[in-house]
Design a protein around this ligand. Sequence first.
Ligand code: ADP
Length: 476
Amino acid sequence: MKHNDENKPKITFVKSLRYTIWMYFVLFIFIVIVLMWFFQLVALPVTYQNMKIRDIKRVGKLISTQIAEENYRELFDKAAYDNNMCIKITDYFGNDFYSIDILAGSGAISPKNDSTMQTYRDLIMSSENGIIQVVVKNERFNTTTLLYGRLIGTKDDPIGFLFLNTSLDPLNSTISILQRHLFYITIILLIFGLILSFFMAKHISRPIDNITKSAKSLAEGDYNVRFDGTGYYESEKLASALNFASTEISKVDNLRRDLMANISHDLRTPLTMVKAYAEMIRDLSGDNPQKREEHLNIIIDESDRLSALVNDILDLSKIESGNSALNITEFEIGEKLDEILQRYTLFKEQKGYTFTLIKDEPVTVKADEIKIEQVLYNLINNAINYSGDSREITIRQINSKKSVRIEISDKGDGIPPELLPLIFDRYYRAEKSGRDIIGTGLGLSIVKSILKKHSFPFGVQSELGNGSTFWFEIVL
Ligand code: ADP
């Protein structure tokens, strides 16, 4: 039972496509959720602070340029409300010149807190460019504020101080609304994401599942199965490739069946003849030398036919299995044609065939001599078999710079155009070829295999009623 064990597919754990796609979707959903929460919890306060720092600098600069304006109060009030900031402008000694406290005393620049203000004024005076930025934590109100201080005038001639103060805590109510929303979004994303991605993964892998099902039927011998990969470009391409493969497999299977029928038929007839004539010799003609000779000759002919058939099958399988490497030698092609035609003298004399050989200048070619001989034999044999009543066969050698073209023409019935693409296929025989013409349906496929191995071009021109010309070119 070893054989069976070897054929069993090994079971290894392989993730299914659907599962993998689903996992990636889930991973993606988690990354999105983590990112959202990261921005909400970590990045939002930082971004908010940076934004506030930028704002306070900008407003500070603006106010210091607007201080000389007539309607400065109006401008400053607007700036304070627009930017949610407290503004305080004092003279050099700390006397208020302008003050607006929209943070209602929770800020760091409460006008009453004189000693703190003095500290800030000292800090500004000792700073390099007359500007300070201090983050102040107010323990009482549990708030964080940003204080911006700026000297008005120059260090040598100070006029006063500008203070801006803004909260650094993002607005709590907004934050909690955002967080609540984010929570809902997370839940929805999780539930819908998981369900949706599950069905999407199923949908994506469906064409492959379909193809797998069809492939199983194909493996079980259903060659009519159709592969359906509708949905995606790649799966459609795969399906059409598999459809092509299954059509080809079914063709091969039909060929195999035809071959079995052909070969058994072809083998059985000569065998029956051999047996019948052997029996005849035993029972009747054993004592009659003339009859015995005749019957023995039939037995020999039929045996020849059998061995020709077997040889053809062997040749083809040898050439196609790649076991026979080409044995390239140099030979003169004209001489080869003469030599081969010589062997057909018997046909000329006994059966009235005429062979016309039209040679070109002598030329030495490089090819596998024995195999090219076989090509010539097969083509000439076909010309003989299918030349009909005309029995005229012409063989032409046409030299060109790059190749020597050999043409074998007959004046037989020709080949219908729709059959032309098929005749080089294995075991293909035109219906009408029939049993009277000795053939295996392998001759032309042997020709094709040999010429393909040499990379020599070949082909056929044929017209119904006007004969056929088979040609090939020996590339120099
Ligand atoms: P076969 O053993 O039947 O001759 P081949 O492979 O040599 O097999 O040829 C395949 C088929 O091609 C033949 O059965 C015949 O129908 C057709 N054919 C081949 N050569 C000729 C020809 N010279 N004229 C007409 N038909 C031909």
